[in-house]
Design a protein around this ligand. Structure first.
Ligand code: PEP
Ligand code: MN
Length: 365
């Protein structure tokens, strides 16, 4: 089973011209021809070349505005004809793909609810076979990196090379500042595994409200992502979907003007010397961390033997709860995040249990 992704450089798409970041903007939904064209004119005047608009909308409740349907594809053709912008929309079925091909849509994206469904992903991949349309895959609604990668693999197997991703955050039962949990760790993991994959962030769906778009956009670019997909509407408050998170083209212009775009690398000698020194220090600390980890696991192994001799079960939850509580408390004082402490110590605990389990089961560590 060869699931290696073959990824074409984004320059081959022919849409985006430097400098970074690449921008895709447009309304959540195409509502009327007038709204689509007015928004596109505003965005085009800002030098934005790729226009998004949802034609088929996956809404939580029936009876909400579920998109204008194929008629809206003609409006996207009008946008292209009048402004020269490239057009993008969301597909969630083979029928959507065929319609987009028929109307010459330039770029497709797969929404979060669809990425989470392998049947639909396969259907979309099959419908795309033999085309060369660029496709951006949003993360699945749940924080499952493999599901996200699996969706990319299905498209890749269907011969789609112009592939990219959009990080729009994950559904979360917890109430928080943002509509969706940014879960940056998963995005960073994907970026690390496929550094050549064009990577967009969608601060609109991640944030859910206008006032957090700047901070989320800045964070995405600081983490090294390549572009932004942002919702923009000529009259956001009257939008039929996602009214709270859309910006007017002028609002978008102001917001983009405030973003600090940092170089992904630089040739400056000063910088290179500074970063080498800091990286060397990190390498030394990582080395010590490994040595400490090894020492800790050796003790776990001895504890395993000791428990075996005394016929005691491996897991004493009270002991683990106490360790975690202490570490969380210490971590808090040191300014380390709770998520980091939990993830790190859970991984250490898991490995420790595995080692003790092997010792008790008689396997050699
Ligand atoms: C959208 O981009 O309009 C959309 C529905 O987004 P998501 O799939 O991220 O919810
Ligand atoms: Mn939306």
């Amino acid at each position: 089973m060869d699931n290696k992704l073959t990824i074409a450089p984004v320059a081959e798409w022919g849409f985006f011209t430097p400098p970074r970041p690449m921008i895709i903007a447009g309304p959540c939904s195409a509502e009327t021809r007038q709204q689509v064209l007015e928004t596109a004119r505003g965005l085009s005047a800002l030098g934005i070349h790729v226009f998004r608009a949802g034609i088929w909308k996956p809404r939580t409740h029936p009876g909400s505005f579920e998109g204008i349907g194929s008629e809206g594809l003609k409006w996207l053709q009008d946008v292209k004809r009048e402004t020269g912008m490239f057009t993008a929309t969301e597909v969630a079925s083979a029928k959507h793909v065929y319609e987009c091909i028929k109307y010459g849509i330039d770029l497709l994206w797969v929404g979060a609810r669809t990425t989470a469904n392998p049947f639909l992903m396969q259907e979309i991949a099959d419908a795309l076979q033999g085309t060369d349309i660029p496709v951006l895959v949003k993360n699945p609604v749940n924080p499952d990196l493999d599901l996200w990668i699996g969706a990319l693999e299905r498209l890749s197997r269907a011969g789609i090379r112009k592939l990219g991703v959009i990080h729009r955050g994950f559904s979360s039962p917890e109430k928080m500042r943002y509509r969706n949990d940014p879960g940056w760790r998963i995005a960073i993991e994907l970026r690390t595994r496929y550094p050549e994959l064009p990577f967009f962030a969608d601060p609109s769906h991640m944030g859910g409200s206008r006032d957090v778009l700047l901070e989320l956009s800045q964070r995405s670019l600081d983490l090294g992502l390549d572009g932004l997909m942002i919702e923009s509407h000529c009259n956001p408050d009257a939008a039929l979907s996602d009214a709270k998170q859309q910006l007017t083209p002028e609002g978008l212009h102001d917001m983009l003007g405030k973003i600090v775009v940092r170089d992904s690398d630089t040739d400056s000698l000063d910088y290179k010397e500074g970063i080498e020194d800091l990286r060397a220090r990190i390498d030394i600390i990582d080395d010590s961390l490994l040595d400490l980890m090894k020492k800790r696991m050796d003790i776990s192994s001895r504890i395993g033997l000791y428990k075996k001799e005394h016929n005691v079960a491996i897991i004493q939850t009270s002991r683990w709860d106490a360790i975690l509580e202490t570490m969380l408390e210490k971590g808090r004082k040191l300014g380390l995040s709770e998520e980091f402490i939990r993830t790190t110590f859970s991984a250490i605990h898991e490995e420790s249990v595995r080692i003790q389990d092997n010792v008790i089961g008689g396997k050699k560590e």
